[in-house]
Design a protein around this ligand. Structure first.
Ligand SMILES: Cc1cc2nc3c(=O)[nH]c(=O)nc-3n(C[C@H](O)[C@H](O)[C@H](O)COP(=O)(O)OP(=O)(O)OC[C@H]3O[C@@H](n4cnc5c(N)ncnc54)[C@H](O)[C@@H]3O)c2cc1C
Length: 381
């Protein structure tokens, strides 16, 4: 078993970390206030090549394996989640479906522009009445002549206001089917743009389709296979998201250690009170364990495995990361609760959503226990 990280990958991680700490964390209060990502940050992630990391080299991307992407997501997790989620939706669920299931023509048209960051991708599965139970979606697509006609509303769609196109899931005669829908397709509009308590600058929104017309060849893969494709995208997305949570937990611990070494109560620094010292040890152990779950899921995906149980397990560790961030917040006492003062409050608000989106923690437990009942109970070694 080899746990080493290559020199190249360390260099990559360091450059992402430097960018996140020096550029993104430097402006976190502005992002909170304006709910916008500064152009300089979007340009910065483009320059680092991060928007192309999922796209194969033949289409102008970096073609990173999942383990390498997990290393990047972990560093993004140290920064504002509006930025992390912008990158991860574009390169994860917004991209995986195209790379895995699109036709050669679709790949040639979309992937080079996505790699250059000129076209931003988005993933539109959730509906107002179909979130955890995504299979109950009601958006329809009907073939009429040379066009599909789509009707329905998707909600909470990350990147929607910035997106060039959406991977949309809709019901056809054969079942749930995936489509590639451009933002300027006739009949498509962005509806409500939501204000979120964390994750600022990402501005999830509704995508409304009213007799939205797209070409017949805008279907992705085979008709009726859309839900399988969605699950494949989510396995990758969940692993990347879990990695971001690990980065956030790690950053929270570092902030709390620094604060706790400085702040004295009862004659000594907080970190020297045994109750808190033990708490740090527990947080460190949880973060290490979560990181290993993430790396293993990423590694399995790189071996071509579906990693259903493992990616859900990795995603479920968002609960541990949440516990860590919440306990770090506690170490800041009253100061932690003051808005805009210490970064810990932003990490707390940012990470909270990871227990809900990309399949909530309850949904991950459903997936894992379903796999266990099917006999998938042991690591595959
Ligand atoms: C900021 C943000 C960004 C998002 N980005 C995207 C995106 O880009 N694309 C996209 O398609 N979607 C996106 N989503 C949607 C997200 O994936 C859904 O919110 C999530 O899947 C939960 O669905 P829901 O909100 O409808 O909650 P519900 O399904 O109504 O669930 C409510 C609660 O009940 C629990 N629950 C539901 N059923 C059960 C059960 N059987 N047993 C136990 N507990 C249960 C859930 O876990 C949850 O805690 C985003 C959401 C947010 C908040």
């Amino acid at each position: 078993m080899d746990f080493s990280i290559s020199d190249d990958d360390r260099l990559l991680q360091q450059s992402v970390k430097d960018f996140v700490e020096n550029e993104a964390n430097a402006v976190w209060r502005d992002i909170e206030e304006t709910n916008e990502l500064p152009d300089s940050l979007v340009e910065g992630v483009k320059e680092l090549g991060l928007l192309s990391m999922s796209i194969p080299e033949e289409y102008g991307g970096l073609g990173f394996p999942m383990v390498k992407k997990a290393l990047v997501h972990e560093m993004l997790g140290r920064g504002p989640w509006g930025l992390g989620t912008f990158v991860s939706v574009h390169t994860g669920i917004g991209c995986a479906g195209l790379v895995k299931f699109a036709s050669d023509e679709q790949k040639k048209k979309y992937l080079p522009k996505m790699a250059a960051g000129e076209w931003i991708g988005s993933f539109a599965l959730t509906e107002p009445d179909a979130g955890s139970d995504a299979g109950a979606l009601s958006t329809t697509a009907k073939l009429k002549g040379d066009e599909w006609i789509l009707n329905g509303t998707k909600t909470f769609i990350t990147n929607a206001p910035k997106a060039h196109h959406f991977m949309v899931f809709a019901k056809t005669e054969q079942g749930i089917t995936a489509f590639l829908v451009d933002h300027d397709a006739p009949g498509l509009r962005i509806g409500q743009v939501f204000q979120t308590i964390g994750h600022r600058g990402s501005r999830p929104a509704e995508v409304v389709m009213e007799d939205c017309r797209i070409p017949k060849d805008a279907i992705i893969g085979e008709e009726g296979r859309g839900f399988d494709y969605a699950k494949a995208c989510l396995a990758e997305g969940r692993t990347g998201l879990a990695s971001r949570c690990v980065g956030t937990a790690q950053k929270a611990m570092e902030l709390a250690l620094e604060y706790g070494a400085d702040r004295k109560t009862f004659g000594k620094p907080l970190t020297e009170h045994q109750a808190l010292a033990f708490r740090f040890a527990q947080m460190s152990a949880r973060t290490e364990a979560a990181r290993l779950c993430v790396y293993r899921s990423a590694w399995l995906l790189d071996q071509g495995e579906q990693a259903i149980r493992e990616s859900s397990t990795a995603k479920l560790t968002a609960e541990w990361s949440w516990q860590t961030v919440d306990e770090c917040m506690q170490i800041f006492g009253g100061n932690g609760y003051i808005s805009g003062e210490y970064m810990i409050e932003r990490l707390w608000r940012d990470l909270r959503v990871a227990r809900v989106y990309d399949g909530s923690s309850e949904v991950q437990q459903m997936v894992i226990s379903h796999q266990l009942r099917k006999g998938n109970v042991q690591p595959g070694w």
